[in-house]
Design a protein around this ligand. Structure first.
Ligand code: ADP
Ligand code: MG
Length: 680
């Protein structure tokens, strides 16, 4: 990539370079790889006489006169009388008086916009214009025109201009990084051509070729980075062959207050066998909420510890880490295995003790948040890394924890159903274990979609459950991904429930803005049963386990994805007896239909699939929650085929050590750069 600063380009000054930086564009290379979000086909120039009201059109006309009018203090019209060879018409601008200075009387311009009528003549409401015959001729009209994602202070016209300039200045200097064999096999156009076409495609077919070529390149580099990083991590390290002696694991299982499900036994068998192999395990444990992943992970950790290794479990939130710590403590105390919990909030003295316990090997097992990947955390002999709710972590964070040991085994857990091929391609070489059976006695959560009018009924149901000695959640969802706003909404709801609706009950409040110690206290009193109702933001979404809670009311449910709602709902229905999920939603018919899928379905995978179908991959995978990597061009799962090819090719390149051939060198550098970027 061209590493020169964008400021080196013609038309870019320091001030605009600063604005470009806000878009993440610092170098010429960044600019060339800043791709349009959409295109407008302006190849066809229309004659004024042929314009039809309502259509969007581009014309080439001569300015014959000007008229300016102030309609209201904040509405100024600028109207030009225009003419081409066959007819006359008007051009209209709102609040852009400066346009008049840029377009000369008698000069020729391209105008694009929607057509109306004015004084019996066609009038174009101009959205884009360009002086014909100027240096930038043909950038904004008479072609397929690119539109870029922009922030304030930058215009499409200017960005087009500098991208064009960058292409001009780098013409012939953009190196090909794919070897000819791959280009031939997939019939890919050259890299420099693809860059040119993706910004300024001569026709739709060229654009398609450009996108295909650049997507493949992007995905191949991603896959190469994964394969390479794994190889570097394991280079010369044989991996750990954990003990074949499962005596301790058997004792652990015998001490459980329940029998393992068939699925748990099968999956545990897969994991234990894999751990015994000298090759480092890399396994994804998929299972719906409540399918009992924690116990399986605990058993794997027991095996590691039984053989003299250390195990670490990383969870995305403090609430969850604390909860896992407690669960594991309960399960492992009978075996004499101590469990330490390390979070950003662990008191200093305790923290010091844990750190020294880990480095000396005195502590065999630690549970924590991403605090675990900090530099000062060192292990004597880390043999197993478990990552819970892996979609909350980046690949880099996962790798960072693994790097604390010598090629330790890896078990990542998720309740997000990702199709197998996608998981493989995204996480590299993960084997997959599937927990496809729920612990016995679980009843599907009875789910209702309610409107505001039925609110009283919802409260009545909550009262009934509390009267039976049960507990309730009231969830205020994240709005705009902002925990701040959600915290406010939750606080208001909490006040209202406490003062008006349920004055007779003890109510707790939990949101992301509270101090960790307060959060922990609230969770603890809910767990103990001291609180009848817990008002919370979606912070409870992840893995909280309070079997006595039997009803959950979710406000503004239409704002959440089905998969996420299903995860939330998984917090109830964990004990014997019927549980309820009440979805409060507005009157939007489509949204209500979508929510009804939850009412008739209790299988997380089926729900995720329906969600995917209804909302499309963009929205389904579009939130921070997905755990999928972000690509510039490729979108998943749409581009799965390309991804699969890229994955195969990446493996072949590494296995056959094609790096030594000069034509692979560019790819190698790009993959290395990607590894740095991802902190792999
Ligand atoms: P998740 O897969 O969502 O992480 P958990 O591991 O939190 O699920 O398990 C949910 C609940 O089910 C816990 O209370 C756990 O003790 C319980 N559980 C797990 N396995 C079984 C089983 N085989 N029989 C009965 N209860 C189980
Ligand atoms: Mg869990």
């Amino acid at each position: 990539m061209d590493k020169r600063s964008v400021a080196a380009l013609k038309y870019v000054g320091t001030q605009r370079a600063v604005r470009l930086k806000k878009l993440g564009i610092k170098t010429v290379g960044d600019l060339l790889w800043y791709f349009p979000r959409r295109y407008e086909d302006r190849r066809l120039l229309k004659g004024l006489a042929t314009l039809v009201p309502g259509e969007k059109a581009t014309v080439r006309v001569m300015i014959k006169g000007w008229e300016e009018r102030e309609v209201r203090p904040n509405l100024r019209l600028l109207r030009a009388l225009v003419e081409d060879g066959e007819g006359r018409g008007y051009a209209l601008w709102f609040n852009q008086p400066f346009v008049r200075r840029r377009l000369k009387l008698g000069g020729e311009v391209f105008l694009t916009g929607k057509v109306n009528y004015h004084n019996f003549l066609p009038e174009i409401q101009v959205t884009d214009y360009e002086v014909a015959g100027s240096g930038e001729d043909g950038l904004h009209a008479g072609r397929i025109v690119p539109f870029y994602p922009l922030t304030g202070g930058l215009s499409q016209r200017w960005l087009r201009l500098i991208v064009h300039q960058a292409l001009k200045e780098t013409a012939g200097k953009i190196p090909e990084i794919l070897p000819p064999s791959l280009c031939t096999r997939y019939r890919l156009i050259p890299r420099c051509r693809a860059l040119e076409y993706i910004h300024f495609p001569p026709d739709p077919a060229a654009l398609h070729q450009a996108r295909r070529r650049l997507k493949y390149e992007e995905l191949l580099i991603w896959e190469l980075a994964l394969v390479l990083s794994r190889r570097e991590r394991e280079d010369g390290r044989p991996g750990i062959a954990h003990t074949r002696d499962n005596e301790m694991v058997r004792r652990f299982i015998a001490a459980l207050p329940f029998n393992l499900t068939g699925a748990q036994e099968r999956v545990l068998g897969e994991i234990l066998a894999d751990m015994e192999k000298p090759r480092p395990m890399a396994r994804l444990l998929q299972g719906d909420v409540g399918s009992g992943k924690t116990v399986v992970a605990a058993a794997a950790m027991v095996k590691a510890v039984g053989g003299g290794w250390q195990a670490a479990l990383m969870a995305p939130t403090e609430v969850l880490a604390e909860q896992h710590g407690r669960t594991l403590h309960r399960l492992l105390a009978p075996l004499g295995i101590p469990v330490a919990v390390l979070t950003g909030n662990t008191p200093r003295a305790e923290r010091e003790a844990i750190l020294s316990g880990l480095i000396t090997g005195r502590l065999p097992l630690v549970v924590g948040t991403h605090t675990l990947i900090q530099e000062n955390v060192d292990f004597k002999a880390l043999g197993l890394v478990v990552i819970d709710e892996q979609h909350r972590f980046g690949v880099g964070q996962r790798a960072a924890l693994q790097a604390k040991g010598d090629a330790p085994d890896l078990l990542v857990m998720t309740a997000t159903p990702i199709p197998r091929t996608l998981a493989l391609a995204i996480y590299g070489d993960l084997e997959i274990s599937l927990l496809d059976e729920m612990p016995p006695g679980r009843q599907p959560v009875t789910t209702y979609v309610l409107t505001e009018k039925q609110r009283a009924k919802a409260y009545q149901l909550i009262r009934k459950e509390i009267a039976r000695g049960h507990q309730a959640y009231v969830i205020c969802p994240l709005i705009d991904e902002s925990e701040g706003i959600a915290a406010e909404a939750a606080t208001a709801m909490y006040q209202k429930l406490k003062e008006e609706v349920f004055p007779e009950y003890k109510i707790g409040l939990l949101h992301g803005r509270l101090k960790p110690s307060v959060k922990e206290e609230v969770m603890e009193s809910f767990r103990r049963g001291d609180l009848a109702v817990l008002v919370a933001t979606t912070v409870v979404e992840v893995g909280v386990d309070v079997p006595n809670a039997t009803v959950m009311l979710i406000e503004g449910a239409e704002r959440l994805g089905l998969a996420q709602l299903h995860q939330l709902r998984g917090r109830v229905g964990r004990g014997p007896g019927t549980s309820y999920c009440l979805l409060m939603a507005g009157n939007d018919g489509a949204a209500r239909e979508r929510l009804k899928i939850l009412a008739t379905n209790s299988d997380g995978f089926a729900i995720a699939e329906a969600d995917l179908r209804l909302r499309g991959p963009g929205e389904f995978f579009g939130t921070r929650q997905h755990g999928l990597p972000e690509f510039r061009l490729a979108t998943l799962p749409d581009d799965l085929r390309i991804l699969e090819h890229a994955r195969e090719d990446a493996h072949r390149i590494c296995q056959e050590n094609l790096w030594q051939q000069p034509e692979y060198y560019g790819l190698y550098l790009a993959a290395k750069e990607k590894m740095d970027e991802l902190k792999l």
